[in-house]
Ligand binder design. Structure first.
Ligand SMILES: *[C@@H]1O[C@H](CO)[C@@H](O)[C@H](O)[C@H]1NC(C)=O
Ligand SMILES: *[C@@H]1O[C@H](CO)[C@@H](O)[C@H](O)[C@H]1NC(C)=O
Length: 421
């Protein structure tokens, strides 16, 4: 749906979440103080399994990755945008609805399953001081607003989620989520999905709920294929025992986001002096964002490096802010990548840990055959000094958000191959 070139400019932050009517949810599952032997002990046997889901979508032209989840009784399937930048899962809801984009028969219909405002998840989701709960049976309202100014308003409900585990079991736990009956859509950007699955580390997120129920460890990960598709998992079954680069997770910097310690930008293996970048890993963002300063440095480096190469600006291509054309149209990033140097983010706190950005991790080729820079100016979209690692940069890697051990990891992976096995 977002395939029109104009709308793509607005797509990036579809599901990146900036504001909720809630306080920061404290990290109740912090394992930071536990000794490393903790997870190797009996605890590991208690959670024998992970839940895995195939993904659909791509960075370009769609601009999102989504998972199909079966919810309710009778069960219905909902296609949800995967978002590690926010906590709340919500689906378009027939309550009735304003701003729903799906036909009525594809909306979620609540039936006597509203969460009361005294429910621990409602309390956790809201700042108790700011949310009046007169009688515990009153409904629990929510509102989420995303960085692209889209929003969803509704009530919290709970219902059955069908989950398939790696050990072969099928379970249908009841999980809390939002029934969104009032969506505001940002301009041209009509979301193609039925809602959002919130995967951040607040108590209300699906990851925390599954872990709290004792079904999986408090770990979530994804593998986004550059050819489209991939998979999503809850629990740590699929996490390789070696070959993963880990960096500590920072807390309380940007609410419940998965952010890493400061990183330095490396261009073609050389230090650039662009330091102190706090990076948020956000699957709800299609592109990567640097703050204005770092962005400026980056485009200078790329520009200087392209000097004398047969690439010209393609200002007529509105797909993204900076595009170039070659002597003939490019068919894929593979055709253009030789003109570009690899980048890396070097995490200062974790020695020798780098996130490599080969040209595929920061360029797209548009339907007009031009190559465009997929790292954008975050200051321009109101992110302030925040930097975001979006889908483009996480492609073809397994990215693991390990809330048990407070770390974020990644490992090069063929996401297409694993998703089929
Ligand atoms: C499979 O894993 C699930 C979720 O962790 C667990 O509840 C279930 O008991 C396991 N089944 C078997 C047969 O071990
Ligand atoms: C990034 O965006 C900010 C805010 O709109 C703007 O002031 C700045 O010039 C932009 N930086 C570059 C290099 O375009």
């Amino acid at each position: 749906m977002g395939a029109e070139k104009k709308t793509n400019r607005l797509l990036p932050l579809t599901a990146f979440f900036l504001l909720v009517l809630s306080a920061t949810i404290p990290c109740v599952f912090s394992a930071a103080n536990q000794s490393p032997t903790y997870r190797k002990s009996a605890q590991l046997q208690k959670f024998g399994s992970s839940a895995v889901f195939p993904l659909h979508g791509n960075v370009y032209p769609l601009g999102y990755y989504s998972v199909s989840i079966t919810i309710g009784h009778p069960a219905k399937r909902f296609d949800l945008d995967i978002d590690t930048g926010s906590d709340l899962t919500w689906v378009q809801c027939d309550a009735p609805c304003t701003g729903c984009t799906k036909p009525r028969e594809h909306l979620y219909k609540p039936s006597n399953n509203l969460l009361g405002c005294g429910h621990p998840l409602c309390v956790a989701f809201h700042s108790p001081a700011s949310y009046p709960c007169k009688t515990p049976d009153d409904q629990c309202d929510y509102e989420v607003e995303y960085a692209d100014h889209g929003s969803s308003l509704g009530v919290l409900v709970n219902d059955y989620f069908s989950l398939k585990f790696t050990n072969g079991s099928k379970l249908i736990p009841r999980l809390a989520f939002g029934c969104g009956y009032d969506q505001k859509i940002n301009g041209l950007n009509t979301p193609a999905t039925s809602g959002v699955i919130g995967l951040a580390n607040g108590k209300a997120s699906i990851v925390s709920q599954l872990s709290h129920l004792g079904l999986t460890r408090n770990v979530v990960g994804h593998c986004l294929s550059g050819q489209g598709g991939g998979f999503l998992f809850f629990g740590d079954d699929l996490v390789p025992s070696s070959g993963v680069m880990w960096t500590p997770m920072l807390h309380n910097s940007f609410q419940d986001h998965y952010s890493s310690g400061p990183a330095e930008l490396v261009f073609n293996g050389k230090s650039t002096g662009v330091k102190g970048l706090n990076m948020v890993f956000d699957s709800g963002s299609s592109y990567t964002y640097f703050n204005s300063q770092a962005y400026k440095e980056l485009i200078n480096l790329v520009r200087n490096d392209l000097n004398g190469k047969p690439l010209k600006y393609a200002t007529e291509d509105q797909s993204l802010p900076i595009c170039w054309k070659g002597s003939k149209p490019f068919k894929s990033v593979g055709d253009a990548k030789n003109f570009f140097k690899p980048l890396a983010l070097s995490f200062t706190k974790a020695k020798n840990v780098q996130l490599q950005l080969s040209p595929d991790a920061y360029l797209i080729v548009t339907k007009h055959g031009n190559v465009c820079l997929g790292i954008l100016n975050g200051t321009e979209v109101g992110l302030g000094s925040m930097n975001i690692i979006g889908d483009i940069t996480m492609q073809d890697k397994m990215v693991i958000y390990d809330n048990e051990n407070q770390r974020i990891g990644w490992a090069p992976t063929n996401c297409k191959r694993l998703s089929k096995s």
